[in-house]
Design a protein around this ligand. Structure first.
Ligand code: AMP
Length: 218
């Protein structure tokens, strides 16, 4: 199964993929996570792309597509499938993803558009906390850890992402509206678009995707 998760920052793409990747047995590929890992490692590519992320802009298409290409090439033969989270984010990336998959004998099953309202995503992003060690996601009020500042999964330290501040969030939203929203039409034209309401809680969203996968919802 190959699914593209589409939606604004804060729509819950990472939370949904985290909740279902093991159950579905798919690879969860988050370009945001791949990019943050490069920046943390201080690699040449990380140093080059840091400024784009910190300003709330997008990393150049060719850099991100190369990352995805590497991941797909090295895992395609295990036939587990994928959940792409945060990729594609531009029309060029959407076309590139089709090409990368097709070169490996694969194709997207559907794109899941997680539709969320602006008030909800702002509340989610400003309260989001991430585990420094394992990347697990928490929220100060919606999904609080059992112990303040400590990851329930691995005991790692929780932190707030540098780009989860109000000013950068507003920039990320306008980038999303201008560059990523048009992709919804790209998948609609391919008859591969499914839409769910992502304003509700993580468990409802998880169930909505499972219903689609079980053919109970179109
Ligand atoms: P995310 O974790 O998906 O919210 O991504 C965090 C940041 O990483 C974004 O604001 C972008 O700067 C960068 N990024 C993630 N995915 C992409 C992508 N597909 N194309 C370009 N930049 C990306």
């Amino acid at each position: 199964m190959i699914i593209v998760l589409l939606g604004a920052p804060g729509a819950g793409k990472g939370t949904l993929a985290g909740a279902l990747k093991d159950e579905l047995g798919v690879h969860h590929i988050s370009t945001g996570d791949l990019i943050r890992a490069e920046i943390k490692a201080g690699s040449p590519i990380g140093l080059e792309i840091k400024r784009f992320v910190e300003s709330g802009g997008l990393v150049p298409d060719e850099v991100v597509t190369r990352m995805i290409e590497g991941k797909v090439k090295s895992t395609a033969s295990d036939n587990r499938g994928y959940m792409f989270d945060g990729f594609p984010r531009t029309g060029a990336q959407a076309t590139d993803l089709d090409k990368v998959l097709s070169a490996n004998g694969l194709a997207i099953d559907f794109a899941l558009y997680m539709e969320a309202s602006i008030d909800v995503v702002l509340q989610r992003l400003t309260g989001r906390r991430v585990c420094r060690k394992c990347g697990a996601l928490f929220h100060l009020t919606n999904m609080p850890p059992k112990k303040d500042g400590v990851c329930d999964v691995c005991g790692g330290e929780l932190y707030q992402r540098a780009d989860d501040n109000k000013e950068t969030i507003m920039k990320r939203m306008s980038v999303y509206n201008e560059q990523t929203m048009p992709i919804i039409d790209f998948y609609k034209k391919q008859s591969k678009l499914k839409t769910i309401n992502a304003d509700s809680g993580a468990e409802d969203v998880r169930k909505a995707l499972l219903q689609i996968l079980n053919g109970k919802k179109s």
